[in-house]
Design a protein around this ligand. Structure first.
Ligand SMILES: *Cc1c(COP(=O)(O)O)cnc(C)c1O
Length: 365
């Protein structure tokens, strides 16, 4: 049996007629950029998340970059960021000439709220929260700290569409929530896409200007903007998928529950779910001592896995300039050496799940 890490074909086939109809309507409309489909998606997505405004942009990274740009923080301000995250989260900060201050993760892989305060200086202006793998960070503690020190909170929700903390959707806790619609994400488009959500009208308006060359109307450029627009075809396809997002997330949850219930090999540490958390299982990440061994073992059984992420941002070549070295963030580094993401995707069959579980339970070192 061969089990891919992911196969995007199934999530297309499941609602194929709806997607095809939506795409063809756009093709035949003759209108491809910033039209009624983008507007409709922005309304639908802000309603789904429970935020007043949504602005579609070109990618999750652009959502992060434009979110920090819209805050207009003084140059060299410091931003608290999780050490254990995808580098794109941190790029949103450094692209704006802001300084990332890394904080180690808790046992749920997210930023450890109890380690934030010791990193705050008088230059700290914001906290970037990432709801990694689909599980919300501890927003109760984080929002308390943000209030106490008067810091903005920006949420990277690229892996957590529909995830909730204490019954509230992620993306609505801080000043701005940033989403990616990269095809593999829970709400994935059929190409690149992203969006910000916010309750602040000034910020929504500013990002609307920024994404379209800073123009208030065609050829009247008020601020220095960029080209970062969510296009009509992707918006039309996302409008279809958004209708089914809860169902798609529930399917992921069922696979995760099956793994949690049936994987019982003591060498494999299963992911933990935090109190008050609704996890949407973008990734199912286990830990094990001899990770590379375990990964090779699974591959020998035709089971394909991935590592999210093998090199933490502070040790990546991109951030050499900051001068971090191995040992600076030992918990993050240890995670990067022991984590492995198992196959979990919409359309995965029961037979495939059973095979994965059985093969994992037979693993020995
Ligand atoms: C995917 C991802 C991004 C970037 O999104 P793109 O649309 O690929 O630019 C940012 N942060 C996290 C945590 C992600 O997983």
């Amino acid at each position: 049996m061969k089990i891919p890490f992911n196969d995007l074909k199934y999530q297309y086939l499941k609602y194929k007629e709806e997607y095809n109809k939506a795409a063809i309507e756009v093709l035949e409309s003759g209108w491809y950029i910033l039209g009624k489909n983008v507007e409709k998606f922005e309304t639908n997505f802000s309603n789904y998340i429970g935020a007043k405004y949504c602005v579609g942009v070109n990618s999750g990274l652009d959502a992060l970059i434009l979110a920090f740009r819209a805050l207009n923080l003084p140059e060299e301000s410091e931003v608290i960021v999780p050490a254990n995250t995808y580098i794109a989260s941190v790029l949103g900060v450094t692209e704006n000439d802001l300084i990332p201050t890394f904080v180690e993760p808790d046992e749920y892989f997210n930023i450890d709220p109890d380690k934030i305060e010791e990193k705050i200086t008088d230059k700290t202006k914001a906290i970037l929260v990432v709801h990694l793998y689909g599980q919300p960070a501890n927003m109760e503690k984080i929002m308390k700290i943000a209030k106490k020190y008067n810091l903005y909170v920006i949420e990277d929700c690229a892996q957590a569409h529909g995830a909730e903390y204490n019954g509230q959707k992620v993306g609505t806790f801080g000043e701005i929530g940033c989403f990616s619609f990269f095809p593999t994400k829970n709400l994935g488009a059929f190409g690149d896409g992203g969006a910000i959500v916010t309750n602040n009208k000034n910020i929504a308006d500013k990002i609307k200007l920024l994404r379209n060359y800073g123009s208030v109307k065609k050829y009247y450029h008020e601020i220095e903007g960029v080209n970062s627009r969510l296009d009509e075809i992707q918006s039309a396809l996302l409008n279809v998928k958004l209708k089914h997002l809860n169902e798609l997330n529930e399917e992921r949850e069922k696979i995760a529950e099956f793994y949690l219930k049936n994987i019982n090999n003591p060498l494999i540490e299963l992911p933990k779910i935090q109190d008050k958390s609704k996890h949407v299982w973008h990734l199912f990440v286990v830990k094990t001592k001899n990770r590379n061994n375990f990964q090779k073992y699974l591959e020998s059984g035709g089971i394909y896995t991935q590592i999210h992420y093998p090199i933490p941002p502070h040790l990546s070549g991109a951030y050499r300039e900051f001068g971090y070295k191995k040992g600076d963030f030992p918990i993050t580094e240890k995670y990067s050496e022991s984590i492995l993401s198992l196959p979990l995707y919409n359309g995965m069959s029961k037979e495939e799940m059973k095979y994965v579980v059985k093969f994992i339970n037979k693993y020995s070192e």
